[in-house]
Design a protein around this ligand. Structure first.
Ligand code: PEP
Ligand code: MG
Length: 689
């Protein structure tokens, strides 16, 4: 036996990267190498990263290193050498440990209303519900093999991620995946899971969850704040294993009463899967005002702050958090005084969902007698009841792709038929416009596992449909069948020109003919085009000749006209809804539709925002579709507006050269003309003084 006493001198103690290096060195020898804390009896196997981390050896900890075996002398020498070299740690660029209870404030963009105090629930590609199943004795070996296969798959994934991280970010940033790989192969995890499967006759998912939770709970007891933070790495590995075991990719978490979902990015489908009774708020690293996650948060009345950059990595599940959407701010581990102040404000400012006054529904009539339709944008079947609650003239846009709750998962024709029929029935006589799947882009619903270099400009929307005709055909059939039960229209997303329309219409005509030949009940539907990219605006007259109506998607129109990614907070200052080029596109589209005798529904987020709505009607819009909860406010605004006045202002805006000038007109003139409607606080954040 060879032994030596050492002191941990590195600033961050024996953290994951140092531990990973130690495991690598210890594994080069046959001897066993153990580390013993001198201040308590905890010991660790130097070949197990989890075991080393459980030592919680922060700076200044004294350790006894013991090597036993044929090469014990060289093994001890090599380990001590590594300690002396401070684990080959770069001294610069280290993260400062977070002091306990340090209040951390981060600025982002508030995309809905309200202030919420809650507890963080980190959502890393989904934490999942895991169920226990009893496994027959004869099947236990198969269950263990299934677990080993999931470990192998996770290893391959991590190696790929690590390679990419090394290439793109440099070695220093990829180290964490070394640690993940070591966690994954650590006998403390793998042997314990396999033992658990056999001893408890449990399914592999349950065993992995129980062992993972056990490790995590021990880890959470660690006194050193920085080391304890690394628990999220263990959590990551367990989640990956569970995802690969279930083959689901991601899934729905069980939520405590006051969960605040903290994520880097949140797929709309993930929000759709959450138990919304328990979600209080959302805070994400990425995202902008028109990201789908923001749109849904507003639709559901959830308090949300997005664009928080690297906030996710600073949090742990269970941390106390304040989400202040009013100020576009989150506060992690708030001080008692801050909590007290916010507790008072939160009580008085939780998100207000205005409900339509009893009996008020249908179109609104402006002060000068112009009738304007107010329709609902709907993403989830849970929102169907909101159509009536907010007095909408039916559904102007059903984002059907949200029915596909997981990437890669498609619904059968019959399942879709059920949803579209329910929509047709809920929408009432005004009916509903169903958009063909707008897959790809920032929705993250790729059906391919190879990410596109530039998804917004890639195989998105109708391009996806045309390339995956089977998927498109089954959706078209489901819509045509459901049209028998109500007033349905169909709109083609993101068309570039007439060629897209003709190809789509050919498929629709073929499916109509098939349904007739098969004797399946169905009905004809009107066909519209989403106008949301510049080429469609520029050739709008040609497109108008081929369709029954236009839908103006202002979210994408801003994105594509200005070449600004709508979900990228780094360029959000260039995302200018009121850019004259955008107004020009809207104006031209509305004019072309008018001249061609077809209606236009304006359905982007502009239509949910009273100040922008005034400009839209000034440009000639008479049919708006918006987040249902926005309808009462837009209704009351339009009822007090004379569209002739709005038209004068809109014309002035069209003459501007830059967005600042348009915003200036809105800021000053709106206040003068309609002081009761647009006091400073009622303007969108971009226009605030
Ligand atoms: C739009 O682009 O404005 C629109 C209505 O569609 P989505 O936000 O789903 O892209
Ligand atoms: Mg769009």
């Amino acid at each position: 036996m060879s032994e030596r006493t050492l002191r941990v001198t590195g600033r961050l103690g024996l953290h994951a990267r140092a531990a990973a290096n130690l495991v690598r060195v210890a594994n080069q020898f046959q001897s066993t190498v153990t580390l013993h804390r001198l201040d308590n009896s905890v010991e660790a196997d130097a070949k197990s990263i989890l075991s080393i981390l459980m030592l919680a050896a922060s700076r200044g900890t004294n350790l006894l290193i013991v090597a036993v075996g044929i090469d014990e002398v060289t093994a001890l020498e090599a380990v001590c050498d590594l300690f002396a070299r401070n684990f080959d740690e770069p001294e610069i660029g280290e993260r400062q440990p977070i002091a306990v209870q340090e209040e951390l404030r981060c600025k982002g963009l508030g995309v809905s209303e309200g202030i919420v105090l809650g507890r963080v629930l980190r959502l890393q590609d989904g934490t999942r519900d895991v169920y226990r199943a009893e496994i027959d004795g004869a099947d236990l070996e198969r269950e263990r093999r299934r677990f080993r296969a999931a470990v192998r798959l996770s290893r391959r994934q991590l190696e790929t991620i690590k390679e990419r991280a090394e290439k793109e970010l440099g070695r220093g940033h990829a180290y964490i995946f070394d640690a993940h790989l070591l966690f994954l192969e650590d006998a403390k995890l793998t042997r314990d899971v396999e033992d658990y499967i056999v001893k408890e006759r449990a399914n592999a998912e349950w065993a992995a969850k129980v062992v993972g939770d056990r490790l995590l709970s021990i880890y959470m007891q660690i006194n050193d704040e920085y080391l304890r933070e690394r628990g999220s790495d263990i959590e990551d590995v367990i989640q990956r294993l569970l995802a690969n075991l279930t083959g689901e990719g991601r899934s729905h978490p069980k939520l405590s009463e006051d969960a605040v979902i903290v994520a880097q990015d949140l797929l709309p489908s993930t929000i759709a899967e959450l138990d919304l009774n328990h979600v209080r708020a959302i805070a994400t690293d990425s995202g902008g005002w028109t990201s789908h996650m923001s749109i849904i948060a507003r639709g559901l009345g959830l308090t949300a702050v997005v664009g928080l950059r690297d906030f996710y990595y600073r949090t742990r599940t269970g941390d106390q958090i304040i989400v202040d959407a009013q100020r576009g701010e989150v506060i992690l581990n708030p001080l008692a005084a801050t909590v007290e102040r916010y507790e008072f404000t939160a009580q008085t400012s939780s998100p207000t969902v205005t409900v339509a006054p009893q009996g008020v529904s249908g179109p609104v009539t402006t002060k000068n007698g112009i009738e304007i339709a107010l329709r609902a944008n709907v993403e989830l079947p849970t929102e169907f009841e909101a159509i009536r609650r907010f007095g909408a003239c039916g559904v102007g846009l059903f984002r059907s792709e949200f029915l596909l709750s997981r990437p890669g998962l498609l619904l059968s024709e019959d399942e879709q038929f059920g949803s579209y029929r329910a929509l047709a029935e809920a929408a009432g006589p005004e009916g509903a416009v169903i958009r063909l799947f707008d897959l790809g882009g920032e929705t993250g619903y790729e059906l391919s596992d190879r990410p596109e270099r530039n998804p917004a400009l890639g195989l998105r929307a109708i391009r996806f449909g045309l390339k995956n005709a089977k998927v498109m055909r089954s959706q078209v059939r489901a819509i045509l069948r459901a049209a028998k039960f109500g007033n349905l229209r169909l709109v083609i997303p993101m068309v570039a020109d007439v060629a897209d329309i003709r190809r789509a219409k050919k498929i629709i005509a073929e499916e109509l003919a098939s349904l007739s030949n098969e004797g399946v009940e169905h009905a004809q539907v009107k066909i519209g085009a989403m106008v949301e990219i510049p080429s469609a605006v520029l050739t709008a007259d040609k497109i108008a000749a081929e369709v029954d109506f236009f839908e103006l998607g202002t979210n994408d129109l801003v994105q594509y006209t200005l070449a600004v990614d709508r979900g990228n907070d780094h360029v959000s200052e260039w995302f200018r809804t009121l850019h004259p080029a955008v107004l020009f596109g809207i104006n031209r589209t509305l004019q072309v539709a008018l001249d061609s005798g077809i209606p236009t529904i304006v359905c982007g987020e502009m239509a949910s925002t009273p100040a922008y709505v005034v400009l839209l009607v000034g440009l000639g819009a008479v049919d708006l579709s918006m987040t249902p909860a926005a309808i009462p406010r837009v209704r009351s605004t339009l009822a007090q507006i004379d569209t002739a006045e709005a038209e004068v202002l809109a014309k002035r805006c069209l003459q501007c050269a830059i967005a600042d000038e348009v915003e200036d007109i809105v800021r000053t003139e709106f206040r003068i003309r309609w002081p009761q409607l647009f006091p400073p606080k009622a303007l969108p954040a971009q226009l605030a003084d």
